[in-house]
Design a protein around this ligand. Structure first.
Ligand code: BG6
Length: 487
């Protein structure tokens, strides 16, 4: 057998996204993005927040109001944690932790404020050059997402967003600028965050407002087809403009076990996996629509419009690495009465062997090793774990400490499983824990669902000093990284 020697020295890092962190939503030439329209009333109770998040995360009414609003309501993603003005001190703190790689996203509406502008916004390019240069100053590698859900809202208003094939040429222009003007500073490129989010969260994934389409599934999958083509173009353009750099694909991984050994549950697990996970990575990494989708599309009455050349483009533009977010695992069963609990983007079925986070997400470190093995086995491409972490209520003590032993336990158990997976033969490039610094949560839009090793003193209404404090987990992660590098 060939001597496999994958290094245990994958990179340990952290991740955020521009829409949840940056703020400065109309500064430096930036225009409004689709995520800037999402609304939270800070006076809502936790139950009301959860109800809004689960049952009506975005509506036509909210869209109309947000566009008209003169700043009387609160839109948390417009403010984030003001990383836009604090990035120097924040990156300095990340360097103190010893971060080897930092993942963030680029706001399309900072580079092309309306999406269809003739020329890019130089101030936006300068912001990213400065911010990435700051990372490089400390030897931190840059992992850049091109679209973490948000696109310029003008593209939705004027063209219908992802529904319109024209978006591919706007995207090509955006990507060309990114490669040409930022390519020297970025180590790994990711065209789309969690490309499988659309079915569960249409506004996030493909900028469609729930309840507004006659055949929502048809529109979602046609939008996704356009995103697949964009991803393939990003790979092709990358070959030409940033040769040697890896351009990847990502899903939110809903790791799935059969609930019992019943054949029905095993079949259900395979199908849940195919429709929610594999389809997306199969297109991105294998370069074609898998056979199993035909029956599914027939069932949900979806007919994808392919134009001449689409098949060839998908085949040619396959990704160079695979990545995923991993927060929980779930079980699959055809028993409709099986107890449910929440998960990232979806409701999941409960596994009696697992504990849950405060938000009901089932904690399963071994599932991470399982997932890494599964994905490596399927694609044989290098892997980046692009997100993993635990959202929790943290308490800031009067002497500005945060004793987050629960986070240390979570991260420690998951990172141990990375090492196991590498010993299993998985080619792992990096692990970027989610929300390394507290940011606005993406689902509920609150600050009090915190993931970071750095605490940011802001409440759900954006009130507070905005000061950054080191949590106990920061010291733990710092030691972990040191130990990891020395081993
Ligand atoms: C992922 C997203 O799905 O989950 C992130 O890519 C998000 O943007 C993360 O923040 C955690 O979800 P939440 O809702 O707890 O912020």
């Amino acid at each position: 057998m060939e001597d496999i020697n994958y290094s245990k020295n994958y990179l340990l890092g952290g991740a955020i996204a521009c829409s949840q962190a940056d703020g400065g939503f109309q500064e430096g030439g930036k225009e409004i993005s689709t995520q800037d329209l999402r609304y939270l009333d800070p006076s809502w109770t936790p139950e009301q927040i959860e109800d809004k998040h689960q049952n009506n995360p975005f509506s036509q009414e909210e869209f109309d109001q947000a566009l008209k609003d003169q700043g009387t309501k609160y839109y948390p993603l417009r403010r984030g944690i003001d990383f836009y003005h604090h990035y120097k001190e924040d990156i300095k703190m990340l360097a103190e932790v010893g971060l080897q790689i930092f993942r963030t996203s680029i706001c399309w509406s900072r580079i092309f404020p309306n999406g269809d502008d003739q020329e890019p916004n130089e101030e936006g390019i300068k912001y990213y050059r400065d911010m990435f240069t700051e990372c490089k100053k400390y030897g931190i590698k840059v992992f850049a997402t091109m679209i973490h859900y948000d696109i310029p809202v003008n593209l939705v208003i004027k063209y219908g967003g992802w529904k319109n094939r024209k978006i591919i040429s706007f995207f090509e222009k955006y990507v060309t600028v990114l490669y040409k003007r930022l390519g020297d500073l970025v180590d790994y490129w990711l065209p789309f965050n969690e490309i499988n989010a659309a079915k569960f969260s249409p506004w996030d994934g493909v900028c469609l407002i729930p309840g507004t389409e006659k055949n929502m599934d048809q529109e979602i999958f046609q939008c996704l087809h356009h995103q697949f083509l964009c991803s393939a173009r990003a790979v092709q353009l990358g070959r030409e403009l940033v040769p040697g750099k890896l351009i990847g694909g990502m899903i939110a991984r809903f790791t799935t076990y059969p609930a019992t050994s019943k054949p029905e549950d095993n079949l259900q697990a395979i199908q849940d996996d195919q429709y929610s996970n594999w389809f997306y990575l199969d297109v991105l990494a294998r370069g074609y629509y898998p056979e199993y989708m035909k029956r599914y599309f027939d069932k949900i009455n979806v007919h994808i419009h392919f134009e001449p050349g689409d098949k060839e483009l998908l085949k040619d533009g396959t990704v160079g690495f695979v990545s995923f977010s991993y927060y929980f695992s779930q079980v699959s069963t055809n028993d409709d009465n099986w107890e449910q609990t929440a998960g990232n983007l979806i409701m999941t079925k409960k596994n009696p062997y697992l504990k849950e986070s405060e938000w009901g997400w089932q904690i399963d470190p071994i599932g991470l090793r399982f997932t890494l093995n599964q994905i490596y086995d399927r694609y044989h491409l290098p892997i980046i774990v692009a997100e993993n972490g635990i959202g929790a209520h943290d308490e800031l003590t009067s002497d500005h400490k945060i004793h987050d032993d629960y986070r240390i336990a979570y991260l420690s158990a998951h990172i141990d499983q990375l090492d196991e997976a590498v010993k299993d033969g998985v080619n792992l490039i990096a692990y970027t824990m989610w929300g390394i610094i507290d940011i606005v949560s993406c689902g509920p839009l609150t600050m009090d669902k915190r993931y970071g090793v750095i605490y940011v003193d802001l409440d759900n209404g954006g009130k507070g000093t905005g000061k950054r404090y080191k949590k106990d987990s920061l010291y733990w992660y710092k030691n972990k990284i040191k130990e990891h590098i020395n081993n």
